[in-house]
Design a protein around this ligand. Structure first.
Ligand code: COA
Length: 332
């Protein structure tokens, strides 16, 4: 049987930084309020002519270079994004694959909001274990600034742009294998976090769309509570089902939405401070890109070594949620 190994990681953030002080000049807020309630200090914002695919390509190139897998051996590209280059088509994964110079690959996007990276990890794992694909490039890429309302202080303080990517490859060595991936969704909570306009389900007219009404809207307080409850339960389950103790986890890498959510879940799981990976202060919430960006951070700072076990968890619009137990398994 083929197993799926997490071979490499890469990430990219655009140059421009938007600080809390910058936001305080745009809406009624302050660095103190944002820092205290979210842990965020700054986020990166893509240039006008820099698309989600451009961020994804730069992250993917790094992951490919570090994977030891030749470009022509990648047989599938999956992109998790809620801010695709184009509204319906082509998919951002297709654009990324072409910009990377790939020919004749399977390429598609998935929409699972901030849980996107965990979803594409599960897709890569399933395709590889079934024998249908051998090397899958997964990319979480977001230009959330394009769908953020910068007059709404409840949301604009949270989000940023960036991308992260990983190469997942077939292996026969079980010790290298991704152990498990959980994914879930409950549409009953759809109205907590959504972009209500712009799709076929909205009673909009062209004027609304042109005026930019396709922005994210959020019930922050309720989202916070559901997130802590759902994540804690899901992560406890994945650990129990796989007989993994919190102590066996070297790096707990949660979706970077809010420091207080991460702390509440980390405490419930009895994670020690040194296990918890935190990047929310410098990147804000980059949705489907946040987990691979965080993995890349510990990789580039030398904290992530071959064989170490990562525990990922995420939640997002939908609502969606997921978790994964993933050993870091670069090619030997
Ligand atoms: N600056 C200053 N004050 C603000 C503010 C801002 N940016 N945003 C909201 N407020 C005010 C509110 O108007 C409210 O004022 P009031 O008490 O006079 O009515 C007060 O702060 C408290 O608002 P509340 O919404 O209860 O704050 P909170 O502690 O829940 O923090 C969030 C708000 C958005 C930071 C928090 O709810 C959160 O992070 N939720 C999760 C969101 C999330 O992670 N979403 C992504 C999912 S992937």
């Amino acid at each position: 049987m083929a197993y799926a190994a997490f071979r490499s990681i890469g990430a990219y953030v655009p140059e421009k930084i938007l600080t809390n002080e910058d936001l305080a000049k745009m809406v009624d807020t302050s660095d103190e309020w944002i820092s205290k309630r979210t842990g965020i200090k700054e986020r990166h914002i893509a240039a006008k002519d820099e698309f989600t695919s451009d961020l994804g390509v730069k992250a993917a190139q790094k992951a490919l270079d570090r994977s030891g897998v030749a470009l022509e051996d990648i047989d599938m590209v999956v992109c998790a994004t809620i801010s695709p280059d184009y509204f319906c088509m082509p998919s951002t994964a297709t654009v990324i694959s072409t910009k990377l110079g790939m020919k004749n690959v399977t390429a598609f996007d998935i929409s699972a909001a901030c849980t996107g990276f965990v979803y594409i990890l599960s897709i890569a794992k399933a395709f590889i274990e079934s024998g249908m694909k051998k090397n899958v490039l997964i990319v979480g890429a977001e230009k959330l600034s394009a769908i953020t309302d910068y007059s709404d202080r409840g949301t604009c303080i949270l989000f940023g742009d960036g991308a992260g990517a990983a190469v997942i490859s077939a292996t026969e060595d079980k010790s290298e294998a991704i152990i498990d991936v959980h994914t879930g969704a409950d549409g009953e909570y759809a109205d907590l976090l959504m972009t209500p306009n712009g799709g076929s389900g909205s009673a909009h007219d062209a004027v609304d769309v042109e005026a930019g009404s396709c922005f994210m809207q959020m019930k922050g307080n309720e989202t916070f509570k559901v997130a802590v409850r759902t994540l804690t339960k899901d992560v406890q389950e994945i650990l129990k089902e796989n007989k993994v103790a919190s102590d066996d986890v070297k790096h707990f890498i949660p979706h970077q939405a809010n420091y207080r959510i991460i702390k509440a879940v980390g405490d419930a799981l009895k994670m020690r401070e040194e296990q918890v990976v935190l990047t929310v202060a410098k990147y804000g919430n980059t949705s489907g890109a946040s987990i691979p960006m965080a993995i890349n951070d510990i990789y580039e700072s030398g904290r992530l070594q071959a064989g170490e076990l990562m525990l990922l968890d995420a939640f997002g619009g939908g609502l969606t949620w997921g978790s994964a137990l993933v050993p870091f398994s670069p090619k030997k």
